[in-house]
Design a protein around this ligand. Structure first.
Ligand code: B3K
Ligand code: ZN
Length: 877
């Protein structure tokens, strides 16, 4: 077996031929769909006369090939497993091909496949080559006309990109629809859907007064779950007009919900295809978190119409150009329409857990990678979330107005083109007049920068000296790192007043909340006219994706938790305070000494509970302890049991001491109002449910009673799921079993709710969790072919049930490896993603390291897809 070879960014060459127009005709059939393609091609002026035409193509059966109507002789072209070469084509010509493909056999869910009897496509990044022979690269942009032919009775709805041109009947009970997309696009944005679907329709009038028809296509039983997505879409359209001056460009915008989908959703031009979990909601089936996720993803895909579709990527190394920018845009949108501080807290809490872990592991890569084997492995937290943090830093560095001018320039200058990250950053530099050359290192250097900060108050001179030292640890292939340009937003909080002091740096006033620019390996910033000793509040709002350490005392943190004017840093002070206490308890557990709860943490929590807050959602976040995954990220070596025990101990101690407060907070926030996914209601529910978690931590009768009643009251999925989780995770089977049974029976017909039912059970801390996973894999609602099921059951277990996945006997690892081996054959993209927890073996004790590596070796012995091969090779390098 030949090893797959990496592709290097520096090897980029423009295509030898460009495609101007494409005509496609699909005759749909599960086992033998016929795809006719007619491409108008033109040789690039810089390519030689003898340049062959290279087209990508995989798993296609070629039936016919002709140039300008002349069939090609066998020696005029060559076929391989990965494509088709045509020798000596003319300078300008039409290429006609006919191929046959088998959607029903497509379990990888790339290209054209079947989901629940519905035909659908996923072409990003390289799925179009499984549909027809084509230069399947983002820098080839063409207009597409697509005719879809199918059986009228079973496939009444036939969709593709753009506008419908023509439709009609055909012999044999078939019908057709022809679509035309006037905007030139790369093949990865092609889409086709055919099935028995129903639509919900609405309209949006753009800022220039054009009317756009909005359609959401779903299976009939889901018609009642579309309202929120449609409302979100309209909000997103309006937000993009108001915030970026961008309006929608076609007369029709369609979203289709499908059950089998590798990712959340896909931004195909005019025809977004969504994982049903990322679009369907109903108060009884979806939690607040799901409502918010749907809103964010609908917006994200819509925003891609400009940041991604109108202006796209030159090559896949530039992926973060569209993804980082679009995530930044959807984050700002969600912050604007919900609680901004909570959105930031949630995003950063996730980022510092999951992206930091990626950056510290064997698959670490820069926001713009230099090479890859399989681009499908690079839809990562680094490309998406760190990419968004980099764009956020840019917007903060140049200021919103210059950023907006820069984005206007970018969209206007590059409209209809496939461009690079430099093109984007150059627009920002041009619009702001700033030198962003050092900043570019954020795109090329992998790893999480660490900043060690020290501060000293000079009473005699009323100065505060702040020294920052930066260092980025080595990552695979990048042993040496250079100092980055890091914006650090900060305040100095006066210890007497509890207020932000005015910041004066080298004679310049920065207001009371300012940004300093760290560019050197070490820099000291001297603030003058500081009238009292301050506690520094550093990296406010997480102004850069770094790990910042400062030798805070616990009093300092309690002080910031109570006084910091920056909501984000107030939360962060609480997290840091809890971390100090947790560190002690982890050590106590390891040393076998009695655990003692830090009273300062208890008092800080008591103060929070008593004082309350205007923003209940922020308060709920402040009362939430760092997750086991985050705690693990902060340890030099992960001690799974000690982390679990320490966190449990803190939770129970807080619950026991502050029981009355939690009870009061719970009761104050109960509401009978009809469910709405609005910020105020969501905030109350989260606060109430955090309180209930504490009450259930000690499992006293009153807590149990409340949880049971909340479950039975059946008001909305947020409350029901939370109560069910607490009952299921309790130590009492007489609580868990009946609730799970009732829920499972009630929702057996709803695949998205069953996903939640799986996830709730496999996160149980009880030692039977692993057996349950195995048992549930045989459940009729489970299928390895459905990515949502795999994520809900296996992914959730491996990523969120740390104590059981990392069982000392290695059974958790073995189970994961077994599933990865099977999925490697069925769906390589999902398999490569699922194996991630095993790749982090370096973080654990020796015995677990051996067990994890053993499983990785066992996977390596299989005949691997390029996806899994690349991840395993990195993990074992
Ligand atoms: N652009 C898609 C990514 C799909 C790629 C799958 N291999 C989703 C998104 O970021 O909007
Ligand atoms: Zn995206």
């Amino acid at each position: 077996m030949s090893e797959p070879k990496p592709i290097h960014r520096h090897d980029y060459r423009p295509p030898a031929y460009r495609v101007t127009d494409v005509e496609l005709t699909f005759e749909l059939d599960p086992a033998a769909t016929q795809v006719k393609a007619s491409l108008q091609l033109e040789r690039h002026p810089q390519s030689g006369d003898d340049a062959p035409l290279e087209l990508d193509g995989e798993q296609l059966t070629l039936k016919h090939i002709a140039i300008d109507g002349q069939s090609l002789a066998n020696d005029e072209y060559a076929l391989s497993d990965t494509g088709l070469t045509v020798y000596n084509p003319p300078r300008q010509f039409r290429l006609d091909t006919v191929v046959e493909i088998a959607p029903s056999e497509n379990t990888a869910l790339e290209g054209l496949y079947l989901s629940n009897g519905m035909y659908c496509t996923q072409c990003e990044a390289e799925g179009f080559r499984r549909i027809t022979y084509y230069p399947d690269r983002p820098d080839v942009m063409a207009t597409f006309a697509t005719t879809v032919i199918g059986d009228r009775a079973s496939l009444p709805v036939l969709l593709s990109n753009g506008n419908p041109l023509e439709r009609g009947e055909l012999p044999g009970g078939r019908h057709f629809v022809t679509w035309r997309d006037p905007f030139p696009k790369p093949s990865y944005l092609f889409a086709l859907v055919a099935g028995d679907l129903q639509k919900v329709e609405d309209r949006f009038v753009t800022m220039s007064g054009r009317e756009v028809t909005l359609q959401l296509w779903v299976e009939e039983e889901n018609l009642g779950k579309t309202e929120h997505a449609m409302a979100s879409l309209k909000r997103a359209m309006q937000w993009d007009e108001e915030t970026y001056g961008r309006e929608y460009d076609l007369d029709l915008f369609m979203i289709v919900a499908v059950n089998d989908f590798n990712m959340g959703a896909m931004e195909n031009k005019g025809l977004n295809i969504f994982n049903s979990a990322a679009v369907l909601t109903h108060p009884h089936t979806a939690t607040d978190a799901a409502f918010q996720r749907v809103e964010g993803i609908v917006a994200h895909e819509y925003f891609h119409n400009w940041s991604g579709n109108r202006v796209t990527c030159r090559d896949w190394f530039q992926l973060s150009l569209k993804e980082g920018f679009t995530v930044f845009r959807d984050q700002c949108f969600s912050a604007d329409v919900n609680s901004a501080p909570v959105k930031r807290i949630e995003d950063v809490a996730f980022f510092r857990t999951a992206q930091f872990a990626e950056d510290a592991g064997p698959t670490a890569h820069p926001v713009r990678p230099d090479h890859y084997i399989e681009i499908g492995n690079f839809y990562t937290l680094t490309i998406y979330e760190k990419g968004a943090e980099v764009v956020r830093m840019l917007s903060n560095l140049v200021g919103w107005e210059a950023f907006r001018r820069g984005s206007d320039l970018y969209f206007e200058r590059f409209d209809g083109q496939a461009v690079t990250i430099e093109d984007f950053v150059d627009c920002m530099a041009e619009a702001s007049g700033q030198d962003l050359s050092q900043f570019m290192l954020w795109y090329s250097q992998a790893g999480t920068p660490e900043i060690d900060a020290y501060g000293e108050y000079d009473y005699a001179n009323a100065e505060y000296h702040l020294t920052l030292r930066q260092r980025t640890p080595a990552t695979p292939g990048q042993p040496e790192k250079q100092p980055l340009h890091i914006p650090v937003r900060l305040g100095l909080v006066g210890t007497k007043t509890g207020r932000d002091l005015a910041l004066t740096l080298e004679g310049e006033s920065l207001g009371s909340d300012g940004v300093i620019h760290l560019r050197e390996a070490e820099q000291t910033f001297v603030f003058t006219d500081v009238p009292e000793a301050p506690v520094p509040s550093l990296l406010r709002g997480f102004s850069a994706p770094v790990q910042l350490r400062f030798p805070y005392g616990r009093e300092d943190l309690a002080f910031l938790l109570a006084n910091d004017s920056d909501g984000f840093n107030r939360w962060d002070a609480g997290q840091r305070l809890a971390m100090l206490a947790l560190d002690d308890l982890i050590a106590a557990h390891r040393n076998g000494v009695e655990k003692v709860m830090d009273t300062r943490v208890v008092e800080a929590f008591r103060a929070l509970l008593e004082r309350g807050s205007d923003d209940k959602a922020v308060l709920a976040e402040m009362l939430t302890l760092p997750s086991e995954a985050y705690i693990a990220e902060q340890q030099p070596l992960v001690d799974v049991e000690a982390i679990h025990a320490a966190r449990d101990f803190v939770k129970q101690s807080l619950a026991a001491t502050l029981r009355e407060d939690f009870l009061r907070v719970y009761e104050e926030n109960v509401s009978e109002a009809p469910y709405a996914p609005e910020p105020d209601q969501i905030a109350r529910r989260s606060l109430k449910n955090v309180a209930l978690s504490y009450l259930m931590a000690i499992e006293d009768e009153q807590g149990i009673d409340i949880a049971r009643r909340q479950f039975e009251a059946d008001h909305n999925m947020t409350d029901v799921r939370h109560a069910l989780t607490l009952l299921t995770h309790s130590s009492r089977d007489d609580l868990a079993a009946p609730a799970l049974r009732a829920f499972g029976e009630k929702w057996a017909h709803d695949t998205l709710v069953m996903d939640q039912w799986f996830a709730i059970q496999v996160t149980r801390p009880q030692p039977d969790a692993l057996d349950r996973v195995k048992h549930l894999m045989a459940h009729p609602a489970f299928s390895l072919k459905n990515p949502n099921k795999v994520r809900a059951l296996i992914g959730t277990f491996a990523n969120q049930n740390r104590i059981n996945f990392h069982r000392a006997d290695g059974e958790g690892y073995r189970l994961l490896a077994d599933v990865v081996i099977e999925l490697n054959r069925l769906n390589p993209e999902i398999a490569a993603r699922l194996v991630t927890p095993l790749t982090r073996w370096q973080r654990f004790d020796e015995s677990r390291q051996e067990l994890m590596k053993g499983e990785l070796e066992r996977i390596r012995a299989e005949k691997l897809s390029p996806n899994v091969y690349e991840v395993i090779e990195k993990a074992l390098a």
